[in-house]
Design a binder for this molecule. Structure first.
Ligand code: B12
Length: 321
């Protein structure tokens, strides 16, 4: 295809003349590149200016002309971005010629659609549709992705909508119970195995357990054995279980710092026997200091990864010394 052929009827003669003097066949104007790749001219310009993704040649009159190599870079950039990479990271990979990292998440649009279906079904109190949406999500994505990208953000948003009066208490209870049931389904058998042990509990007065359940599911998938005590657990009961099971870690959750602080002394005593981590919105650095615990200030899936990594690192250290 010649450059002349690429110009539309609205291009003036000067441009046409300059283009024909350009670097020759195969070169595209930005509008044509946009049409071929489906990326808007504005975004192409942004990728060119911010990341030097495009390296056009210029006609004598200064018009940019793009080569087949530019087009190929745009297509790789599209693949990486739709695979979930940030634009800057995608551009770096494209320019370095490296292959896509294995961990590129699935295209966001599909995940977003599935998450939208789930939210709409829960809003309609439609249990079969909500479970079907979850079945689809779990068959298409890893459990970690569904927890991290769909369920935790959904619950967070649900709380905001409830607070703003956009959803009723009935909707909130329906949705959280359905999700709880699915998390417990994923939890089946999580006490088995020979991996390190974790005791998980919500402190007294605390009834929000979904983050803790998600964390337990993520940790068990890393080979850990989970002993789940659930909501509103007395600290002395947690201490009893800890003495008999000798877990590698105890994780305590609360939405509210006061629920920790009301039992600061007992938690500090427990932390003298075993590694205790605290999590949830109530787990502040001040609470950690007073209870001599460690704050897990990540989302449940990332926190499971951190606990597992730190445990392995400690094991490596022990073996070296
Ligand atoms: C579901 C829900 C309930 C359910 C809980 C059901 C269950 N079995 O767990 C029920 C109906 C019982 C409930 C009751 C109440 N709730 Co409520 N609830 C929620 C809701 C919608 C979701 C909670 C949840 O599971 N979130 C999922 C977690 C994973 O997300 P997250 O809270 O954003 O947490 C982040 C981090 O802290 C971290 N994280 C959280 N937990 C954990 C655990 C681990 C181990 C790790 C590593 C990380 C981690 O991960 C998240 C992402 O980074 C929230 C909204 C919200 N913002 O979350 C309100 C919310 C927590 N509830 C609230 C309130 C006010 C109440 C009630 C007082 C209402 C009432 N008047 O009765 C009671 C209190 C009950 C009690 N004593 O504990 C407020 C809390 C305000 C506050 N700061 O104290 C919230 C924030 C709603 C709001 N926007 O106002 N609730």
């Amino acid at each position: 295809m010649t450059v002349d052929r690429l110009y539309g009827a609205d291009v003036n003669d000067q441009e046409r003349h300059e283009a024909t003097l350009g670097p020759g066949p195969g070169y595209l104007r930005i509008g044509e590149l946009a049409k071929r790749t489906g990326v808007s001219p504005e975004l192409l310009r942004a990728w060119e200016q911010r990341y030097q993704l495009l390296q056009p040649t210029r006609t004598a009159g200064g018009f940019r002309l793009y080569s087949a190599a530019d087009e190929a870079r745009v297509r790789r950039m599209q693949d990486f971005v739709s695979g979930g990479l940030a634009a800057a990271q995608a551009a770096r990979l494209v320019l370095s010629g490296e292959p896509a990292p294995r961990t590129v998440p699935p295209p966001r649009t599909i995940l977003d659609d599935a998450a939208g279906n789930l939210a709409a079904s829960l809003d309609r109190l439609d249990e079969p549709a909500a479970n079907t949406a979850l079945d689809r999500l779990f068959s298409a994505y890893t459990v970690e992705t569904v927890l991290q990208e769909v369920l935790v953000p959904y619950l967070h948003r649900l709380g905001e909508r409830w607070e703003a009066g956009e959803v009723s208490v009935a909707h909130e209870h329906f949705a959280s119970n359905l999700i709880r049931g699915r998390l417990l389904g994923l939890a089946q058998g999580w006490g088995q195995g020979r991996g390190p042990g974790a005791v998980l509990a919500c402190v007294p007065g605390e009834h929000h357990e979904l983050g803790l359940l998600a964390f337990g599911v993520a940790l068990s998938r890393r080979g850990w054995r989970i002993t789940y005590l659930g909501t509103n657990s007395p600290i002395d009961a947690i201490a009893d279980v800890t003495r008999s099971l000798r877990p590698a870690v105890v994780v305590l959750v609360s939405m509210n710092p006061d629920n920790f602080l009301d039992h600061a002394r007992e938690i500090a005593d427990l932390a003298a026997q075993v590694q205790v981590a605290i999590a949830g919105p109530g787990a502040t650095p001040e609470v950690a200091q007073l209870t001599r615990t460690r704050v897990l200030d990540q989302d449940p899936v990332s926190a499971a990864e951190t606990i597992d990594r730190d445990h392995s690192a400690r094991g490596d250290e022990r073996r070296r010394s």
